[in-house]
Design a protein around this ligand. Structure first.
Ligand SMILES: Cc1cc2nc3c(=O)[nH]c(=O)nc-3n(C[C@H](O)[C@H](O)[C@H](O)COP(=O)(O)O)c2cc1C
Ligand code: SF4
Length: 656
C-alpha cells in the first residue's frame, strides 16, 4: 500500500476539516479529498505522444500545490481513438520511460498521480474514427465514424488493459477509465450513439458490456491491487442519451467489477448542459448526480463541475453528497488552491472565472491549453520556481488599473520595484468592471477582487481619481512608465450618425450608467461587448436590435461561454442581424442591408456603439522629453481580450 508520512494527514485544518482528511481509494491513501480532474491540456508531448518536460513540470506544479490525487488527461489507448493531436499516446511500451520520469518527478510531493485512459470514438479529431455505430457526433468532431466490427470490440477493450498495465509499470499510482462525455465507452452506453443489434447494443446489459469488459481486462492485466477509477456520466443531457436512471443501475455493477472509485460527470459534445460549463452556469451544477450515485455504492464517489469555492467543496463532504471533490479549471487558474485553502489564505486564490477561453476553447482550436487568468500554464518548465527579485529595483508608474495594469503592478511590486499605480476612475478594474455588470458576468469580478487583495498586501502606491499629469510624472519621477490605459469604442464614419435624432452612446457609457438607453435600442456591433450589453438591456425590458457587420456573433468569446449567452438571447426582446451594411442612420432608425436584403427599421430612441475599439494612448505624450522608458500593455497596445491583458502585464512585470 502507498504510504504517506503520518504527520501530514494528522495535521488538523480548522478552516476546512473535512477537505483535508485522508481517504482510502482502493489500496491507496490520498492525503486529502481533492482530485485534479483529467484535462486534455494539449501540450507537453512529443511527436510520438511521449510526455515531455513541459507536461511533467505542469503536473509537478499542481502536485506542489497540495492536491491529493491528480490525473493526466486524454491518454489515448489506441490510434483510432485519438481525441486531439497533442495528447499522451499509450498504445506502445515505448511510452513508459517518459511516464516513469513524470511519476518520479511527482513522487516527492506526496500526491497520487494517475492517468485517464480514453478512446475518443466518434469524438476523435481525425478520419480513422470508429464507434459502436456509424453515427456522427452531434457537434464539434466532423465526419462519420466507421462502426466497429464485432471482432474489433475485444481489441479495443484490450487496448485499455494494455495501456493501464503500461501506466502501472511506469510507476503511476492509479488510472481512471474515461467512460463519460460521449467518448467511445459512453457511446456504447447511450442509445443515441449505439444502434448495434449484437451483444453490445440494445438492452442495458448489452450497452454496458463494453465498459465492464474494459474493467475486466484492466483487472486481469494489472491485478487486484492497482487502483482503478471510472469516470461516468450521471446525465448526457442530450436527446436519446444516457441518463441518471441507468447510471444508478450501472454504478453497483462497476463496484462489483472492481472499480475503486466512481467520478460522476455529465454532458457530451453538443449537449444542452456542457461538460465544461461557463460562468453562466451555477456552481456545483453536477453535484446532484454524484449524490445520487453515492447512494448506490460503498466505494468513494467524486463530484465535479464548477466547484471552485472551498466552502462549497467542504459542504459537499459535510452533507455526504460525495467523498471527494474534483477540481479542474480551478487548478489551472491556481495550482496552489489546496495549500491556500489548507492555510486559510482564501483571498490569495487566483480564481477561475469560468470564461473557458484560455483552456477548453484553445484546446478545441487545436492550440495548447492555457488560462486567461494564469499565464504560467504550460510555461512552468520555462519559469523560475519562485518570482525572482529585480536585479536593480526601479521607480515604476503604472497608468490604468484594469487587468493589465493590475497584473503588471502586482508582479513589479513582488519583484521589489517601487510601484505607483494611478487611475482616473474612483475604483480599480477599468473596462472589466463594466464587463462584469450584465447578467451572468459577475464572476469576472473575482479576478479583480483577487488583484485588489494582492495589491493590498504589497507596497503599491495606489492612487484612484488620479489622472496622469505632468505634475504626477514630476512627483513620481518614474524610470519606467507602463501605460495600461485600455481602449474605448470607436465612432464609425457612417452616414447620418451625427445628424440622427436618436441618443448616441457607447457600450462603455451605457454600462457605466453615464448614458441612459431608451426603450428601443439599436446596438452596432456583434462582438462579446455588444451581445452582453444587448442581454443586459433586454433583461431591463428594452427592445434591442443588434446590427453585426460580420458573419458570426461573439467570435471573441469561447464557444462554451457563447453557447449559454446564445440561449439567453433566444428568450426574447432581442433581434440579431448579421452581415449588415448600414447605408444610413435615420432620424429614429436605420437603413441597412443584411445578407443582401435592404430594410429600414424605425421607432428607436438610442444607438449604442460597440463594434470596434481604439487604444487610449494619449498619456504617452506627457512622457515626451522625460528619461523614462514607456511600455504599452493590454488594450492600450491593441484592443484584445482579457488573456492578453493579464499575460502582458505579468510578462512585463517579470521582464523589468
Ligand atoms: C482544457 C480542458 C480539458 C479537459 N479534458 C478532459 C479530459 O481529457 N477528460 C475528462 O474526463 N474531462 C476533461 N475535461 C473536463 C474536466 O475534467 C472537468 O470535468 C470540467 O472542467 C468541469 O470541472 P471544473 O468546473 O472544475 O473545471 C477538460 C476540461 C478542460 C478545461
Ligand atoms: S481560461 Fe477561464 S475558464 Fe479556463 S481555467 Fe482559466 S479562468 Fe478558468
Amino acid at each position: 500500500m502507498h504510504r504517506r508520512p503520518k504527520s501530514i494527514g494528522a495535521m488538523a485544518n480548522t478552516h476546512f476539516p473535512l477537505l483535508f482528511q485522508p481517504i482510502r481509494i482502493g489500496r491507496l491513501e490520498s492525503k486529502n479529498r481533492l482530485l485534479m480532474s483529467a484535462m486534455s491540456i494539449h501540450f507537453g508531448v512529443d511527436e510520438r505522444g511521449h510526455v515531455t518536460e513541459q507536461l511533467t513540470r505542469y503536473m509537478e506544479a499542481r502536485a506542489q500545490g497540495g492536491v491529493g490525487m491528480m490525473l493526466v488527461g486524454g491518454g489515448g489507448v489506441h490510434p483510432t481513438g485519438v481525441e486531439l493531436p497533442h495528447l499522451p499516446a499509450l498504445w506502445e511500451d515505448d511510452c513508459i520511460p517518459s511516464l516513469t520520469k513524470m511519476a518520479q518527478a511527482v513522487k516527492p510531493h506526496d500526491t497520487l498521480l494517475g492517468m485517464q485512459l480514453m478512446h475518443g470514438g466518434r469524438q476523435s479529431y481525425h478520419d480513422l474514427k470508429v464507434a459502436p455505430s456509424a453515427i456522427p457526433a452531434p457537434a464539434l468532431a466532423k465526419g462519420i465514424p466507421r462502426a466497429l466490427r464485432l471482432d474489433e470490440i475485444p481489441v479495443m477493450a484490450a487496448a485499455f488493459g494494455d495501456a493501464a498495465r503500461r501506466c502501472r509499470d511506469a510507476g503511476l499510482d492509479f488510472i481512471e477509465v474515461h467512460g463519460a462525455h460521449g467518448y467511445l465507452i459512453s457511446q456504447f452506453l447511450a442509445p443515441n450513439s449505439n444502434r448495434r443489434n449484437d451483444r453490445y447494443g440494445g438492452s442495458f446489459e448489452n450497452r454496458t458490456r463494453f465498459m465492464l469488459e474494459v474493467l475486466e481486462d484492466i483487472r486481469r492485466k494489472c491485478g487486484p491491487d492497482f487502483t482503478v477509477g471510472i469516470r461516468m456520466n450521471g446525465e448526457d443531457y442530450i436527446e436519446g442519451g444516457w441518463g441518471l436512471e441507468e447510471a444508478l443501475r450501472l454504478a453497483p455493477l462497476l463496484e462489483q467489477a472492481g472499480a475503486d472509485y466512481l467520478h460522476v460527470s455529465a454532458g457530451v459534445y453538443g449537449s444542452r448542459q456542457l461538460t465544461i460549463p461557463s460562468m453562466y452556469v451555477e456552481h456545483g451544477c453536477f453535484i446532484h448526480l454524484a449524490e445520487a450515485v453515492k447512494r448506490t455504492v460503498a466505494i468513494p464517489v467524486v463530484a465535479v463541475g464548477r466547484i471552485k469555492r472551498p466552502e462549497m467543496a467542504e459542504g459537499i463532504l459535510r452533507d455526504r453528497k460525495a467523498d471527494m471533490v474534483a477540481l479542474g479549471r480551478s487548478l489551472l487558474a491556481d495550482p496552489q488552491w489546496p495549500n491556500k485553502v489548507k492555510h486559510g489564505s482564501l483571498r490569495s486564490i487566483r480564481p477561475c472565472i469560468g470564461c473557458c477561453l484560455g483552456c477548453i476553447h484553445a484546446v478545441f482550436q487545436l492550440e495548447p491549453g492555457g488560462c486567461v487568468v494564469n499565464p504560467d500554464v504550460g510555461r512552468e518548465y520555462l519559469l523560475p520556481q519562485a518570482v525572482e527579485p529585480a536585479a536593480a529595483p526601479r521607480r515604476c508608474l503604472v497608468v490604468g488599473s484594469g487587468p493589465a495594469g493590475l497584473a503588471a503592478a502586482r508582479m513589479l511590486a513582488l519583484r521589489g520595484h517601487a510601484v505607483t499605480l494611478c487611475d482616473q476612475q474612483a475604483e480599480t478594474g477599468g473596462a472589466l468592471r463594466l464587463a462584469a455588470k450584465p447578467p451572468g458576468r459577475s464572476e469576472l469580478m473575482d479576478i479583480l477582487n483577487y488583484f485588489a487583495a494582492e495589491l493590498a498586501g504589497l507596497a503599491v502606491d495606489l492612487r484612484l481619481n488620479c489622472a496622469v499629469t505632468a505634475e504626477l510624472l514630476q512627483e513620481v519621477d518614474p524610470e519606467e512608465v507602463i501605460l495600461a490605459t485600455g481602449s474605448l469604442p470607436d465612432t464609425p464614419m457612417i452616414k447620418g450618425l451625427l445628424r440622427t435624432g436618436m441618443q448616441v452612446g457607447t457600450v462603455t457609457e451605457v454600462l457605466a450608467g453615464v448614458q441612459a438607453a431608451g426603450a428601443h435600442v439599436l446596438v452596432w456591433g456583434g462582438n462579446q461587448a455588444a451581445l452582453v450589453l444587448a442581454d443586459d438591456l433586454a433583461a431591463k425590458g428594452k427592445n434591442v436590435v443588434v446590427l453585426n457587420r460580420r458573419d458570426h456573433f461573439a467570435e471573441d468569446m469561447s464557444s462554451n461561454d457563447r453557447y449559454y449567452l446564445r440561449e439567453r438571447l433566444k428568450r426574447g426582446g432581442i433581434v440579431l442581424h448579421k452581415n449588415v451594411q448600414i447605408h444610413s442612420f435615420l432620424e429614429d432608425g436605420v437603413d441597412f442591408s443584411s445578407s443582401g436584403r435592404r430594410q429600414e427599421l424605425r421607432g428607436f430612441d438610442t444607438v449604442v456603439l460597440a463594434d470596434t475599439f481604439v487604444s487610449l494612448r494619449e498619456a504617452a505624450n506627457l512622457t515626451k522629453g522625460r528619461p523614462a522608458r514607456v511600455h504599452f500593455i493590454g488594450d492600450a497596445k491593441q484592443p484584445r481580450h482579457l488573456m492578453y491583458a493579464i499575460s502582458e502585464g505579468e510578462e512585463l512585470g517579470r521582464a523589468l
